[in-house]
Design a protein around this ligand. Sequence first.
Ligand SMILES: [Mg+2]
Length: 397
Amino acid sequence: MKISGVRFVRVRGTWDYQGPLGEERLVRPVDIYPEFRAQAGPGPRPAGGGPPYHMQALFLYIDTNAGVSGVFGPIGDENARIIAGQLAPILIGEDPHAIERLWDKMYRHAIHGRKGPTMMAISNVDLALWDLKGKLLNVPVYQLLGGPSRDKIRVYASMLGYSIAPELAAQRAREVVAQGYTATKWFFRHDPTEGEEGVRQNLALIRAVREAVGPDVEIMFDAWSSWDVPYTIRMAELAKPYRPWWFEEPVLADMIPQYAEIRRNVRGIAIAGGEHEYTRWGIKALLDAGAVDILQPDPTWAGGLSEMVKICALASAYGIPVIPHHGGLASTHLIASQAITTCPMQEWLLQYGLTGNVFLKHKIQPANGYIALPTAPGLSMELDEAAIESQEEVTFG
Ligand SMILES: [Mg+2]
């Protein structure tokens, strides 16, 4: 069997979603510059307004001469450009079963692409190849990788896009607990350049969420690379009475010794990171430095499932759990293939997750704090024809 083509399909449709969307964004490292701090985006709110929202999404297809295609999406246009220009010529004519060989060829070819968009593009190809293999063998991908390790996956409610005004945050936190979630993550909006007022507002968010959910629900907070060492240590001291499970990405991803310094100095709050790290080599540097208590690489960015199973093996040898950054169905299949100690739970971004669901037939639908294992073959990548109002094949030259 040979790979006969690589193509991209753009689908369009309407999303009639009535809930809150893009009320707030997270703090970003670039917010130290006032012209950036003033910006509202990026958020999950589609251009053009709504509801209903006019949605579009791009899907990657890897075709074979057997008439079966592997699918992955939604993917970004930037990734598609890299796939079309750099990766497709490596794939055409190859045996699609040979995923290790293809990953290694793409990696060795993309010598400047070890991190960032090129690795994201390699991840997209890897995931489409796993989808293809699962469809050819008529089994879900987690079975090919050694699963299922459990019959449902614990999921936490990740609240990006929701207001962090304390009363509103408390109301939404109570809502997700009522829906059955046993853990919820919130996103800070303030960094060290905002002084005591920023400290007070970050702390007000932590307090509001803890008081809303009660003592038994786990609460986590994400600083998205925007803090520094002393600020993180101070916020951890102030937050201790409210028992957060973890602080996520307190400093820039490249500041690995500083991660380790924070981890040595903070007791009782785990330090999570690795969302913006790539491949087994990037993750090994975090592990060797003792930088994190919890690893969060994203299967759709860090190298695909081929790389994530290596990352999970490495992490398990260090006793560090992997709780992937979002990753949708790719994360579900990965987690379902790994021991519960290696991958204990999945992140579900309530707003972004729903936007990713729009055109998929097999949607991720957490119920009572868990995600049921998918049963469809492959990565469960099938388009929902009923949701598609128009579609076109697009080329990236
Ligand atoms: Mg994060």
